[in-house]
Design a protein around this ligand. Structure first.
Ligand code: KIV
Ligand code: ZN
Length: 515
C-alpha cells in the first residue's frame, strides 16, 4: 500500500443497512457483498454481529464467501461485542474488527455517564482485546466532530499504542464544515506522536450536505481511508457516497495529484442500482453520479454544446461508471443463451442470479410485453435476488374488477404449501385493496401495511410497474417487492413476497426454539 492509495472502506451493509425500514435477508446481503467485491472496495463493513442473530449469520456468511476485500464487523468497546464479532469473522482468512466509543463531552456525560479518563481506558482495553483475534483493528472516536481536539489526539495516541492500525475520526452527526474538519485531521497528524503507525480514516454523515466535501478535505489534509456507502445510504441523511468521492478523486487528478483508489468505476452504476433495489431506497433523479439525470442534458443550449464538443457540459463520461447507451432487446423467441449473454453484457456473473428462474420470468414477461429490454431483464434479475428458495405461498391467478360507483372486487387463487386456494373479496377501496384483502383472508395473517410505493421500471408506456411495500407483523418489518406489466399483479406479488419473508422468519424462530 503506497501513501498515494486511498483505502475505500464501504459500510453499506452496516451503517447503510441499519437505517433501512426493513432489514435485508442474508441472501440479499451476500449479493451486495459480491457486487462490492467486484467493485473493488478494500474493506467492507458488513454488520454488527452482537446486535442480532441475523446480523451474526450474515457477517459469517459474507466472511466465508468474500476473498478479495477485507471483511470487517463493528463492535462497541465491550468485551462481548468484540468476542462475538471475532466469532462471526473467524471463517475468513483475514479480517478486521472495528471497535468504537463516543468521545464528545455530550456523549460521554449524557449517554455513557462516564468521564473521559474512563473512556480512554475502555478504548485501550477494547483495542487490546480485538488485537488478540486479528492484527487489523480499527478504532473510532464516535462524535469526534464535536470532540475537543486535545481529547481526540489523546485517545487516538492511546488507541495506536494499544495496537489500533486504523484510527477513525467520525463526524457522526454531520456537524462539521469542510475547513473545520480538515483542520481536525491536520491537527491529528501534527500532534499525535505515533500517528505514522496507523492509517487515518474519515467517516462523515451528511446532515448538512457536507459529507463528500468533508471526506475530500480530510484526504487533502492527510487522511488515507474514506468510509462511505453506495448511494450515500445510512443513518438519517446518510453517509458519504462512495461514487461521489471515488469519481471526484478520479476526475480531479489535477488537485488530487496521483492519489488513487482501487475501485473499478465501471461497476458503479450496476452496484448502485442493485443497492437501491434491494434496500428499497430510491435514488433521487438529480443525485450526483448515479441519478437518472446525472448525464442528461435538457436545455437547447446544452444539447447544442454537447453535439459540438462533449467537454462543454460533461466532466466525466457515462461509460466511466458503466452506463450503456444502446438498449438491446429480446423477444419470446430468444433462448436461454441469449438471456445469459445479455446478463453478461450488463456485467452480471452467474452467481448473481438463478438462470432457470430468470428465464421463466423472462418468458412470462415476453409473452405479455412482446419486447424485453435489458433494463427489464435487470429488473427481473433483481426481483429474483430477493425471492426465497422455498416460498410457501405462490400466486396462481388474479382478476380484479372496478365498475364506477360500485365497490371494487378481486379474485385471487394461490398455492399455499402446495394446496390450491381461491378467495373472492369485495368492498375494498380499489382493486389493489380488494386483492390485498383476498390474500390476507387466505393467509389469516395479522399484518399492517406501513408503506406502499409504485415505480415505473423501464421507459415510456411499456414500463413495468414495480411495487415495494413494507409490512409490520408482530413488531418486525418485512419488505416485499413485485414486478409485472399491471400494477394489481405487482401489488399482489409484493404482498406475497413479504408474507413469504414472514413465513421464513417464523420457520427460523421455530428451529431455534427446538434447539
Ligand atoms: O457515525 C459513526 O460515528 C459511526 C461509528 C460507529 C463509526 O457509524
Ligand atoms: Zn456512521
Amino acid at each position: 500500500m503506497s501513501k498515494n492509495d486511498i483505502i475505500i472502506f464501504d459500510t453499506t451493509l452496516r451503517d447503510g443497512e441499519q437505517a433501512l425500514k426493513a432489514s435485508l435477508t442474508v441472501k440479499e446481503k451476500l449479493q451486495i457483498a459480491f457486487a462490492l467485491e467486484r467493485l473493488g472496495v478494500d474493506v467492507m463493513e458488513v454488520g454488527f454481529p452482537v446486535s442480532s442473530s441475523g446480523d451474526f449469520e450474515s457477517v459469517q456468511t459474507i466472511a466465508k464467501n468474500i476473498k478479495n476485500s477485507r471483511v470487517c464487523a463493528l463492535s462497541r468497546a465491550v468485551d462481548k461485542d468484540i468476542d462475538v464479532a471475532a466469532e462471526a469473522l473467524k471463517v475468513a482468512e483475514a479480517f478486521r474488527i472495528h471497535t468504537f466509543i463516543a468521545t464528545s463531552a455530550l456523549h460521554v456525560e449524557a449517554k455513557l455517564r462516564k468521564n473521559f479518563d474512563d473512556v480512554v481506558d475502555m478504548a485501550i482495553h477494547a483495542v487490546k482485546r480485538a488485537r488478540q483475534y486479528t492484527d487489523d483493528v480499527e478504532f473510532s472516536c464516535e462524535d469526534a466532530g464535536r470532540t475537543g481536539v486535545d481529547n481526540i489526539c489523546r485517545i487516538v495516541e492511546a488507541a495506536i499504542n494499544a495496537g489500533a492500525t486504523t484510527v477513525n475520526i467520525p463526524d457522526t452527526v454531520g456537524y462539521c464544515l469542510p475547513s473545520q474538519y480538515g483542520s481536525i485531521i491536520a491537527d491529528v497528524i501534527n500532534r499525535v506522536p505515533n500517528i505514522d503507525k496507523a492509517i487515518i480514516s474519515v467517516h462523515c454523515h451528511n446532515d448538512l450536505g457536507m459529507a463528500t466535501a468533508n471526506s475530500l478535505t480530510a484526504v487533502e489534509n492527510g487522511a488515507r481511508q474514506i468510509e462511505c456507502t453506495i448511494n450515500g445510504i445510512g443513518e438519517r441523511a446518510g453517509n458519504t457516497a462512495l461514487e461521489e468521492v471515488v469519481m471526484a478523486i478520479k476526475t480531479r487528478q489535477d488537485l488530487f495529484k496521483g492519489l488513487d483508489t482501487r475501485i473499478n468505476t465501471k461497476e458503479i452504476h450496476r452496484v448502485s442500482q442493485m443497492v437501491s433495489q434491494l434496500c428499497n431506497m430510491p435514488i433521487q433523479p438529480n443525485k450526483a453520479i448515479v441519478g437518472t439525470n446525472a448525464f442528461a442534458h435538457s436545455s437547447g443550449i446544452h444539447q447544442d454544446g454537447m453535439v459540438k464538443n462533449k467537454n462543454t457540459y460533461e466532466i466525466m463520461s457515462p461509460e466511466t461508471i458503466g452506463l450503456k447507451k444502446e438498449k438491446l432487446n429480446l423477444t419470446a423467441r430468444s433462448g436461454r443463451a441469449a438471456v445469459k449473454n445479455h446478463m453478461e453484457d450488463m456485467g452480471y456473473k452467474e452467481n448473481d442470479y438463478d438462470l432457470d428462474k430468470l428465464y421463466d420470468a423472462f418468458l412470462h414477461l415476453a409473452d405479455k410485453k412482446g419486447q424485453v429490454f435489458d433494463y427489464d431483464l435487470e429488473a427481473l434479475a433483481f426481483i429474483d435476488m430477493q425471492q426465497g428458495d422455498e416460498d410457501r405461498l405462490q400466486l396462481d391467478v388474479i382478476t380484479s374488477q372496478i365498475i364506477s360507483g360500485l365497490p371494487a372486487s378481486a379474485f385471487v387463487q394461490v398455492e399455499l404449501d402446495g394446496e390450491r386456494i381461491g378467495q373472492v373479496s369485495q368492498g375494498g377501496n380499489g382493486p389493489v385493496d380488494a386483492t390485498f384483502n383476498a390474500i390476507l383472508k387466505i393467509t389469516k395473517l395479522d399484518l399492517q401495511i406501513l408503506n406502499y410505493n409504485l415505480t415505473a421500471k423501464g421507459e415510456g408506456a411499456e414500463a413495468l410497474g414495480q411495487v415495494d411495500i413494507v409490512v409490520e407483523h408482530q413488531g418486525r418489518r418485512f419488505h416485499g417487492v413485485g414486478l409485472a406489466t399491471d400494477i394489481v399483479e405487482s401489488s399482489a406479488r409484493a404482498l406475497i413476497h413479504a408474507i413469504n419473508a414472514i413465513y421464513r422468519s417464523q420457520k427460523v424462530a421455530d428451529l431455534k426454539s427446538q434447539k
